[in-house]
Every structure is written in C-alpha cells, then in structure tokens.
Write a protein that binds this ligand. Structure first.
Ligand code: 4NP
Length: 171
C-alpha cells in the first residue's frame, strides 16, 4: 500500500448491481449471470457487485438452467449456479440499478409489470453503443437446436463484456 501524502484518497465505491431477465430464466439470463460473474471473478471484483437473473414467466421456478445452456457454459469454463425465479416488480427495483432484458418483449413485459423505465433496458444495448450494426436482441433458443445455444453464448459473452466495461467506466 502506498501512503504518499500527495495521493488523492481512492473514490468511495458503492456496490454495483444488475439483474438479467429473459422469458423462462433457464436459458439466456442464467447464462448472462454466469458469464458476468465469471468476468467479475477474472478481474477480482466479485465483491463489488450484486448479480442475479429472473424470468417473466413462472413455469420454471426453482429449476436449474436448461441442460443445453449448461453444456455450452461448461465448454467455456463457466459454472451456472442460479435457480429460476420470476420477476418481482415490488422488490427488484430497490435492489438493482440496472434491469436488463434479453429481448424487446422482455423489456416490454418489465415495463408493463411496473419496473421503472429509466433503469430497464436491452442487455445488448451496451454492445450497440460501440457498434451500431451489432445485434440488439438475444434470440430465444428454447425451441431450437444446439446451434441456437452456441449463438446465444457468443452474443451473451460479448454483451456481458460491453456491459461490464461500461459499468466500470461510469461509477
Ligand atoms: P429463456 O428461454 O427465456 O432464455 O430462459 C425459454 C425457456 C423456457 C420457455 C421459453 C423460453 N418456455 O416457454 O418454457
């Protein structure tokens, strides 16, 4: 530790928070949570963040992520620890500064459920900030094949990196 008298004190850092949201909370948003947590671990800043995911629907409450999502995550060394839960418009806004839907239907559902519009957005919006041609939505892979899950992984990885970079740029 340096104690030079001329050095400014480090800025006070509040805990940052983000909630990832998709339809079922077993494919896309658990992967976003797991990848984001992995990036935090890599950078040694896990303790600075609260990260979670949830789903618009109630169908999978209590379930682990879909085995196809787990398989793709495994291949990239990402462990998924979440259990599905449904959105909670009464509690979540007080806990999370950012509430990010995987597609525009998720975002519309969040607004309809009463989440504050100024903290709800599209997860890939942070990617689009750097590249206007970047995809804006993470497509729902549930009824598709394995390729869809591989594509989701690529999009979510890029989106998570862009989001974390932006959150670290803006205290
Ligand atoms: P997710 O995918 O929203 O990425 O978790 C889905 C999972 C389940 C269903 C739909 C989408 N479902 O209809 O049960």
């Amino acid at each position: 530790m340096t104690t030079g008298r001329d050095e400014p004190a480090p800025p006070a850092r509040g805990r940052r928070s983000v909630l990832f949201v998709c339809l079922g909370n077993i494919c896309r948003s658990p992967l976003a949570q797991g990848i984001f947590e992995h990036l935090l671990e890599e950078r040694g800043i896990t303790g600075d963040f609260t990260v979670a995911s949830c789903g618009i629907g109630h169908w999978h409450i209590g379930s682990p992520p879909d085995p196809r999502t787990v398989a793709v995550a495994d291949q990239h060394g990402i462990r998924l620890r979440s259990r599905a839960r449904q959105i909670d418009a009464a509690g979540d806004p007080a806990r999370y500064e950012l509430i990010l839907g995987m597609d525009s239907r998720n975002v519309a559902s969040l607004i309809r459920a009463g989440y504050p519009a100024d903290r709800v957005g599209l997860f890939l919006g942070y990617l689009a900030a750097d590249d206007p041609a970047a995809p804006r939505e993470v497509p729902d892979p549930y009824d598709g094949d394995r390729d869809g899950f591989v594509r989701v992984h690529g999009l979510v990885r890029a989106g998570a990196e862009a989001l974390l970079d932006e959150m670290l740029r803006t205290p």
